[in-house]
Design a protein around this ligand. Sequence first.
Ligand code: NAD
Ligand code: TYD
Length: 345
Amino acid sequence: MRNFSKVLVTGGCGFIGSNFIRYILDATDWHIINLDALTYAGNPENLSDIADNPRYQFIKGRIEDPEVVYPLMKNVDLVVNFAAESHVDRSIHSAIPFIRTNVEGTQVLLDGARLGKKVKLFVHVSTDEVYGSLKKDDPPFNEENPLKPNSPYSASKASSDMLVRACFKTHDFPCIITRCSNNYGPYQFPEKLIPLMILNALEEKPLPIYGDGLNIRDWIYVLDHCAGILAVIEKGKIGSIYNLGGECEKTNLEVVKTILNILGKDESLIQFVKDRPGHDRRYAMDISLAKKELGWAPKMSFKKGIEYTIDWYIKNKSWWQRIRSGEYLKFYEKHYNMLGLKKED
Ligand code: NAD
Ligand code: TYD
């Protein structure tokens, strides 16, 4: 099993990155440097409980800035790259930030890691969305599937995966790529389906479902994803790709009805709206390689995970109220316009 002493986590103030930092501070004795640009999605509050931990250091900066990245790489032996623009709807609205961060940023990190000569492993956190969309009866994606991204977000992630692959093939630099399905859990920014629907339901606002609501996603609890990444770090084969997923396919309508049911809210809050352009119909992951080579499997049931997540949002009202009253609201209005809805809808 591999071991490390100092890890650079990028994007650690976002949803998965913050859960991951908390997870590895507990599971290992590693020191962590968190490099995050604090975009709209990056919130230092997500880590306020561990901010004073002597094994944790925060640095504000962009991954595509070599002046920030290169010196850091001389001081760490592991890189885990979470930093990304991560929302499909935003990428449809404006793709350039996705290219800057997800594509250019990943290359700067790779160059810095390789040239700094201290990094022993580079783990790149990617997504099932790079594979494109499945039909109802298609088998789940495995690591050999071709990349057929359909949104600017997934195209930028697929590009970054290719750059990581090229760095391994060309320079023999030790990289591993993980591709995970849709995460949910505490600290997820309320623009993504599950937190958006929980909060709208709590505030009795309409729950906008794109198209017919029958698109399928494979849901994984965020800490199961974190455990999968740690297993990859410790045991993954260099140069490999590992699919991670929850083996939990659900239509969006099923997810939203489950949330309404737990909260005791009426299904009349559901509002079908114009479909997302290029909306992928179904994602599903074959995770047999990760099970076999890493001994990892997701543990949390959807029922327990969603109950726990709803409870977290109920108990952390000030966290999301601050987000929903500021910058996010401005985007939400634009987003509504984009979908052809009026603000009062
Ligand atoms: P997020 O949007 O919640 O967080 C992204 C973080 O990256 C934020 O803290 C942001 O400030 C930071 N960031 C953005 N641009 C940056 C830049 N140029 N330099 C430094 N920091 C920057 O995203 P998330 O949902 O936590 O996703 C994390 C990673 O996991 C992403 O790479 C995403 O593609 C991947 N992923 C996400 C999911 C999911 O369901 N959320 C599923 C599979 C893979
Ligand atoms: P999202 O959370 O944006 O993740 P991704 O697009 O990366 O899978 O969306 C999950 C699913 O929920 C997707 O099929 C789009 C749908 N969706 C809605 O129906 N309404 C919404 O308001 C949002 C944000 C998503």
